[in-house]
Design a protein around this ligand. Structure first.
Ligand code: GLA
Length: 568
């Protein structure tokens, strides 16, 4: 192409025609704006820091910062790449050909390195770059999530990607970069896991119950709304809002700081919070002064899903630090541990931290987060867990919520006081679903006896969101002391009836319509093994319903629910 342009250009120069001469000038400039020297090396200096906002469904649709620090020297480009997850990657080589940028990025995915070529297009003061997701290519990723997907990769595909390195590597949509100043990152440096000292695992035992979480834990977690953009001030304001909004009165207690609070280890190997959390003990004191409890997050691997320092090889030390701060809840997220151990070792890995927590003498609720792999429901309680994730990450979309929630029926026998199935945190109030869909979300989680961990910004909830999250009659079903997990009684096309036996002999019944048009639905009392003169309480409209002697017939809104409590 270049030779062709050059030959026309030379012809132009030799010609006397004005039109052609103008064309000559145009070609001269276009030829030179490619910024190529005769040898094909770059003359455009793109040295500096470039920042962009990456919006991809893989990241839950929220734009995330992406940063390239570039250094151009003698036609060679080096520097670093920071994606919204994982550690910073080195750019080991790069060049500009025409307006096309080509970078060789040494990407780390769970402790192993791979060189990937990332391409971009330079235009004026913008670079349109096409980042590459770390992780194995699609064909190696057999995970489907759900209760017992037996693979060893990070959280699969779509749902697993909020901060977790996506399981499926490959190119993403282009992102426009501008010169700018990035937000400080406190992620840990890249490390080759093979160089780390080996961590021994305990012999597998059946640990006794720690006596905590008699009913499913209720609280709030920073991840769904804030991802890693979380700090002391926000957590304090959330605690205030938890009280002021009536959430605390409705039973919400734990304020859990998810990934992104960590920094580096000090000279004594103590894991320090990053400067966004100047004093964790003071923060815990503040949260406790409101009658609430504080939770934290870590990983058994060397790195968390977001690329921060994990607890690998520092289990007792970290448990001790958290106990000293006054931490009451730990979410322990598998993530990079998948590069060290296989699934057969998961139970021992989780038990190791349970033992470390118990050694501190502080009551700490223990939340296992390994996306439902290796049939965790069968060994979660023995490993000391009070709750365990049963699915990949939820996102604020109907399909994601439906696939997490409606897949839980078979797991109901595993729930009980002190041990709960966790299909992930609530998305209510985050804006991606309608009010009816959020009511379905909340009703389903309460039927399952799932932990109720809100994931929205409690400081500015609409009345509608507040009403859903604080519906005491629905919450009473979740928190029922019998601790039975609800299950699917019947399914007919897009409609499903779920039931949950309650401590006083009542039955909670939820009639779900997953379809997109209104549905007429019925349940027969004989199907829920009840008879006689029954009282039927609608838990969303808060009124008693007139039921027929042999059952109940209702109209259910599209994507909606009617949830009742049936009493003798
Ligand atoms: C994983 C978990 C999420 C969240 C992120 C943090 O994806 O499943 O709930 O904790 O990691 O990086």
């Amino acid at each position: 192409m270049k030779t062709f342009i050059e030959s026309i250009y030379m012809t132009c120069r030799r010609s006397r025609c004005i039109g052609l001469s103008l064309l000559c000038v145009l070609l001269f400039f276009s030829n030179n704006s490619y910024g190529e020297s005769k040898t094909g090396t770059a003359v455009i200096d793109i040295s500096g820091t470039w920042v962009g906002a990456w919006k991809t469904p893989m990241m839950g649709d929220q734009p995330q910062e992406i940063v390239y620090v570039l250094k151009s020297e003698n036609g060679k480009i080096t520097g670093s790449q920071r994606l919204p997850f994982g550690t910073d990657s080195q750019i080991v080589d790069g060049k500009i050909v025409g307006n096309r940028l080509e970078l060789t990025v040494r990407m780390e995915s769970f402790g192993s390195f791979q060189d990937q070529v990332v391409t971009g297009e330079i235009s004026g003061n913008e670079i349109k770059i096409t980042p590459i997701m770390p992780g194995p290519p699609a064909e190696n990723n057999s995970g489907t999530g759900g209760a017992s997907s037996g693979n060893n990769s990070p959280p699969p595909g779509n749902e697993g990607a909020q901060g977790a390195p996506p399981a499926q590597g490959g190119q993403s949509e282009p992102v426009v970069l501008h010169r700018g100043v990035p937000t400080p990152s406190y992620r840990a440096a890249s490390v080759d896991f093979k160089t780390l000292p080996e961590v021994s695992l305990p012999a597998v035992l059946a640990l006794p119950w720690n006596g905590l979480a008699k009913t499913p834990p209720m609280g709030w977690n920073s991840w769904n709304k804030f991802q890693t953009k979380i700090d002391d001030k926000t957590v304090r304001e959330i605690a205030d809002a938890m009280v002021a909004s009536g959430m605390k009165d409705a039973g919400y207690t734990y304020i859990v700081i998810d990934d992104g609070w960590q920094w580096k280890r000090d000279d004594n190997d103590i894991l320090m919070p990053n400067p966004n959390f100047p004093d964790m003990k003071a923060l815990a004191d503040y949260v406790h002064s409101k009658g609430l409890k504080l939770g934290i997050y870590s990983s058994p691997g060397p790195r968390t899903c977001g690329g921060f320092e994990g607890s690998y090889g520092h289990e007792e030390l970290d448990a001790g630090t958290w106990a000293e701060w006054g931490i009451d809840y730990l979410k322990y997220d598998w993530c990079s541990a998948s590069s060290i151990w296989d699934e057969k070792e998961m139970q021992a890995v989780y038990q190791k931290m349970a033992e470390a927590l118990r050694k501190t003498g502080r009551p700490i609720v223990y939340s296992l987060c390994q996306y439902g792999r290796a049939s965790v429901q069968e060994w979660g309680p023995s490993a000391g867990g009070n709750l365990w994730r049963t699915t990949t990450d939820i996102s604020d979309r109907w399909q994601s919520m439906v696939s997490n929630g409606f897949s839980q029926s078979d797991l109901s026998p595993y729930a009980g006081p002190g041990k709960w199935n966790d299909p992930d945190m609530l998305e209510i109030g985050n804006g991606g679903m309608t009010a009816d869909e959020y009511k379905t979300h909340f009703s389903l989680w309460c039927m399952i006896a799932s932990p109720l961990i809100a994931g929205n910004d409690l400081r500015n909830m609409t009345d509608e969101t507040k009403e859903i999250l604080t519906n005491k009659e629905v919450i009473a079903v979740d928190q029922d002391p019998l601790g039975k997990g609800g299950y699917r009684l019947s399914k007919d096309g897009e409609t499903e009836v779920w039931i949950k036996p309650l401590a006083n002999g009542d039955t909670a019944v939820a009639l779900f319509n997953r379809g997109t048009s209104e549905a007429g639905m019925s349940v027969k009392w004989s199907d829920i093994k009840m008879s006689g003169k029954l009282k039927v309480r609608d838990l969303w409209s808060h009124r008693d319903l007139a039921a027929l002697p042999d059952g109940l017939t209702v109209k259910v809104a599209p994507h909606g629910v009617v949830m009742v409590r049936v009493s003798k």
